[in-house]
Design a protein around this ligand. Sequence first.
Ligand code: PHE
Ligand code: NA
Length: 435
Amino acid sequence: MTRATWRTRLGFVLAAVGSAVGLGNIWRFPWLTATNGGAAFLLLYVLVIVLVGVPGLLGEMVIGRRSRRNPVGAFGELGGRPWRVLGGVALFASVVVLSFYSVVGGWILRYTAASATGAYFGAPQQYFAAIDFGVGAAAFHALFLLATVAVVYAGVDRGIELATTVMVPGIVVLFGGLAVWAWTLPGSAGGYEFYLSLDVAYLRANFFDVLVAAAGQALFTLSVGAGAMLTYASYIDEDRSLAADGTIIAVLNTGIGVLAGLVIFPLLFSLGVSPGEGGPGALFVGLAGAFADLPYSRVVGVVFFGVVLLAALSSAISIFEVLVAYLVDEHDITRARATAGVGGLFLLTGSLAALSPGLFALLADTIANLALTAGLLGFLLFVGWVLGPAAIDEYRTGAGTVARMTGRPWYYTVAVVLPLFLAFTLVSGLGGVLG
Ligand code: PHE
Ligand code: NA
């Protein structure tokens, strides 16, 4: 059986952007920005994306493109049997991330439906508090999962590529429209001020905390460490510049994240809701409350939550595909069976997270960050020490003179500096967990 490939280069880039842009940009990023000193966080986050995230993304892409395999098969093929354990870390990270991610996807699905009917407009606070965890949450999680299954089942080019080619431009256009609309609301100016003002004193006083939070978020948002980008790159059928693709993916992801902030902060401020208060779910409650008071509230609510839904779905697809690719490549079963099996697994783990707020928080706040960091640490060490400088050269095939001049510093960065940095954040993260 011949292995699936992307139809076009643009198709691959859009699928990868779809993987990157998601709840990380819209939900986690504004929330973390609000609780970590506004633009101080934004600044470090952009720095970590450029200095750690992009080389990490390129590392995953080189491994995937070279091996044309799922993470487990890729490390086995390129490094020998013992290295398959790195692929195992990636599979573990994928299971952790999607188990809570699809629960949030279920919330969004429900908010979209409730916006259409206006169900929460009277008392958003009570409405949302009642639905976040429980049997209803598990049911909506299952619906979200079903949508993910449908796209992945249809295949790499006819499912994932087709869906994301429509979804990603849709996300950009709709968010652009919402940002302009938010700008016209009275009182929105405070939102820009909050978002874009740099609190240097805060940054100085909390530098390491802000750095660790920014690092975890930078990996999460770029979808690195779980093998999603590795798997997507394994479907590339020609040798071309990965550096250009990686840059486009990172720039679009950061740009759409900033755009989401330009929708969310002005909206919250125009309604006098303070961002960052009341925990991660509060963002949506604040926004939903805001919609209820506006003209055309149903339309606005459906459009907003609809965009978030598209973004969440295009990310969930990429995580799901990691496990499907593993089953198809390594266990020689059909895509249909693999999709059904993986769907069954997440039906179970996601339902558990939907029923238990404690498990949800453990996965979303702690284990996900640790697993992604551990995964990326392993990937970079593999690229630096097993594949060696030649693999770093592959980053910039076709990337031109500037990249060629920076080849050596790149190598030491990938093989030594970045692993040290990730090991540092991993240890601080573990230290935080163990008390
Ligand atoms: N990048 C996605 C987001 O920001 C989440 C994700 C993490 C996707 C890891 C794949 C792998 O929403
Ligand atoms: Na996405």
